[in-house]
Ligand binder design. Sequence first.
Ligand code: ATP
Ligand code: MG
Length: 204
Amino acid sequence: MAKTVEEKNASHKRSMEKQKTKVDAKIEEASTERGILLLLTGNGKGKSSSGFGMVMRALGYQQKVGVVQFIKGVQLSGEELFIRDKHPEVDFYQMGTGFTWDTQDRTSDIEAAERTWKEAARMLADETINLVLLDEMTYMLAYKYLDEEIILSALKHRPYEQSVVVTGRGGGSKLIELADTVSEVKEVKHCFKAGVKARKGVDF
Ligand code: ATP
Ligand code: MG
């Protein structure tokens, strides 16, 4: 016989109570207060926008934020406009013109990567910065434009309270191992494949 609404509600309540007990226990268990290293990777859309979501959160608490973008710069993005215009206090650095898919000039790419890494390293050594977003940094590792050991060491030895978000596909097993939280954004669908153009405010 089908369940009545009252029965469904009661069963839902029981299941929610059970869940709450579990979650509360986990919250109780979590006792460490420190900055975390997050890696947002995978082929689906949502890595950088998630990183910028955390930037927004941190700014909401007047925390100090640093952002380094390792690829973009050829095209202006909404996040850059927003930060430059509304949050000039954000320590913002973009690799800019030094790196494009078109040039394929390894030497100048490496120079640009190193110049950009200097800014990231400075932020990773600054204990006044609460959150650092290293957007698209994984590609610098994937192409071996930057030295993996140097990067991992800087990430590892950052200030205790500082959180860092790294975005981009790949990144390597050592970065995954070092990171506290790793999320892989899986592509289930992407409108690009149906011929829909990248949209202002959605994609850039
Ligand atoms: P977003 O910045 O939208 O969060 P992302 O950081 O996850 O995307 P990137 O590879 O950095 O992914 O994306 C750069 C651009 O490519 C964005 O405009 C994004 O919408 C688009 N994009 C992301 N994933 C795909 C995909 N699977 N196919 C085609 N375009 C994609
Ligand atoms: Mg991205």
